[in-house]
Design a protein around this ligand. Structure first.
Ligand code: F6P
Length: 559
């Protein structure tokens, strides 16, 4: 295992520290004096137009940041990832989500650890496509011969957030009369509400779990199976014998997992299971068979367009010099804000209602990847790592939390994401409503960048204490990401963009962005506490005083 290069010992870090000391952000001045600023900081990344010009960066800072990427070996690490080296050191695994979107027949073929990755990826993709087509056409039918109208994906984390985000984003492309629902939480409310109005005869459950051991998913899968049997019986279907029950499961359950033996043990026919591999991290898996529900709802063609979008960005990262490499530059800006300007969070603000779940998706991608305190060789990190990612679609956020971004005391870099063409081009009294929506996107990025001076406020007739309250400091950094429309390809590009931003930051910090040990302790403790919830005295006695008191309250209150 090669040790990570400590970013803080590089000459570039020294330069950035010096630049920070004399740094005085001045977006108004920089725009006024540099006619080339917008052009030099605007990039076309596949179908995405990315404008970085409203970031707190000068040519000198940009150049020092690029040197930082060079001196910490970001490009080399990216190449190692693409080649299948085991860069996930703590799990001794390759990290090959980029292989999931390599076109068929790519040359040279990717063979890793003796596995012909291209062959295997496309074999699953073809099987998934064929299955999706069967469900869409009605060739696949439920136990009573009815066509599927609802697909319920049961999964959590990466086996949920990606599919649900893409489903919401691409809903206008649903063209087979099939809707999807997503059950993730072990709170029984989730499955109870999501199945309440479903017809068991026309419902297909997709149990999605990389490990097929996740407590939430397996519990929900069993609840779904009970629901199916109970409601089929209520509809007069014979589910009394074991054979009849298995037959019902065979017609209404399929699975996606790397653990096909466990799928079979659950009772799902391995012929109806779609595999993937341990080199696909959960939060990087929406483009694997985990996207089965999407291929069913939108069709295999749209699913492949999504993959092509991912691949276009992979190719950009692989072939573009660091100084023009968009995900690398965005990752570097995040490092600048986090490690030099003290930012602790990063807002993602889609001006596209269809991207309402994109911030939640990015939370797992970025925070499970880069929320680390040790580097990939086990040594402590030498600087702050992952920021808190958060956000809501505009304009809703404007009427909720933007106040703090505009006038609060914290620096919150924000990404604005918009599309030129809406899925629903409605007009209000002859005015294009989407145009009005986009005016808000442009207004917000402008207000954040350039603010409003006290003189400008006074010039409007405001006096006294109100002047300060109405003044906007500006210099609040934003990135604008614009696309022609929210197509499957554009969505794939957006996801891959953030995957590689995350990668860049992790590479600079020397951390393994592909494990997630931080979620394990809570899982273990939940299993230990479960008997205490049921009243096991030994388990109760083993708890700390606070947990014991909370358990006592629960047992008093539970009816
Ligand atoms: O929360 C930890 C985690 O392992 C995530 O990384 C993963 O996406 C999620 O649980 C679900 O895991 P699985 O797909 O194995 O059920």
């Amino acid at each position: 295992m090669t040790s990570p290069i400590d970013a803080t010992t590089t000459p570039a870090w020294t330069d950035l520290t010096a630049l920070r000391e004399s740094f005085s952000p001045d977006l108004r001045g920089w725009f006024a004096t540099d006619a080339e600023r917008v052009e030099s900081l605007t990039f076309d990344l596949a179908d995405l137009r990315v404008d970085l010009s409203k970031n707190l960066v000068t040519a000198e800072i940009r150049s020092a940041l690029v040197h930082l990427a060079e001196q910490t070996g970001v490009a080399e690490r990216f190449a190692a990832m693409l080649a299948g080296e085991h860069i996930n050191t703590t799990e001794d695994r390759a990290v090959l989500h980029t292989a999931l979107r390599r076109p068929a027949g790519s040359s040279p073929a990717l063979v890793v650890d003796g596995q012909d990755v291209d062959h295997d990826v496309h074999a699953v993709l073809d099987a998934l496509s064929a299955f999706a087509d069967r469900v869409r056409s009605g060739d696949w039918r439920g136990a009573t011969g009815k066509k599927v109208t609802h697909v319920v994906n049961i999964g959590i984390g990466g086996s949920d957030l990606g599919p649900v985000m893409v489903y919401e984003a691409l809903k206008p492309y649903a063209d087979a009369g099939i809707q999807a629902r997503f059950v993730s939480n072990i709170d029984p409310t989730d499955i109870a509400q999501k199945t309440a109005d479903l017809d068991p005869e026309t419902t297909l459950f997709v149990v999605a779990s990389k490990t097929f051991t996740t407590l939430e998913t397996l519990t929900n899968a069993r609840l779904a199976r009970d629901w199916l049997w109970e409601h089929l019986a209520a509809a007069g279907v014979d589910v009394v014998t074991d054979e009849a029950r298995s037959n019902a499961v065979a017609h209404h359950f399929v699975a996606v997992s790397t653990a096909l033996d466990k799928v079979a043990a659950f009772g799902i026919d391995p012929a109806n299971a779609f595999g993937f591999w341990d080199w696909v991290g959960g939060r990087y898996s929406v483009d694997s068979a985990i996207g089965l529900s999407l291929a069913i709802v939108f069709g295999p063609g749209a699913f492949r367009e999504l993959l092509a979008g991912f691949h276009a960005v992979d190719e950009h990262v692989r072939t573009t010099p660091l100084e023009r490499n968009v995900p690398v530059l965005m990752g570097l800006l995040n490092v600048w804000y986090t490690n030099f300007l003290g930012a602790q969070s990063h807002a993602v603000l889609p001006y596209a209602q269809q991207l309402s779940r994109f911030p939640a998706y990015l939370q797992q991608l970025t925070m499970e990847s880069n929320g680390k305190s040790v580097r990939w060789d086990g040594s402590p990190v030498t600087t702050d790592t992952g920021e808190v990612f958060w956000g809501e679609p505009g304009t809703n956020g404007q009427h909720a939390f933007y106040q703090l971004i505009h006038q609060g005391t914290r620096l919150i870099p924000a990404d604005f994401i918009a599309v030129a063409n809406p899925a629903y081009p409605l007009a209000d009294d002859g005015r294009d409503v989407h145009g009005l929506f986009l005016a808000n996107f442009l207004a917000q990025t402008k207000a954040l960048a350039f603010g409003k001076t006290a003189e400008e406020v006074e010039a409007e007739g405001t006096t006294g204490a109100l002047v300060a309250a109405r003044t906007f400091a500006g210099n609040r950094p934003t990135t604008s990401i614009f696309a022609p429309a929210l197509t499957p390809a554009v969505l794939g590009q957006l996801i891959a963009l953030y995957e590689h931003i995350t990668f860049t930051q992790g590479a600079i910090w020397g951390i393994n962005s592909f494990d997630q040990w931080g979620v394990e302790l809570g899982k273990q403790l939940a299993l230990q506490i479960a008997p205490a919830i049921e009243g096991d005295q030994d388990a109760i006695a083993a708890q700390d005083p606070s947990t014991r008191a909370l358990l006592a309250y629960y047992r008093e209150q539970r009816r």
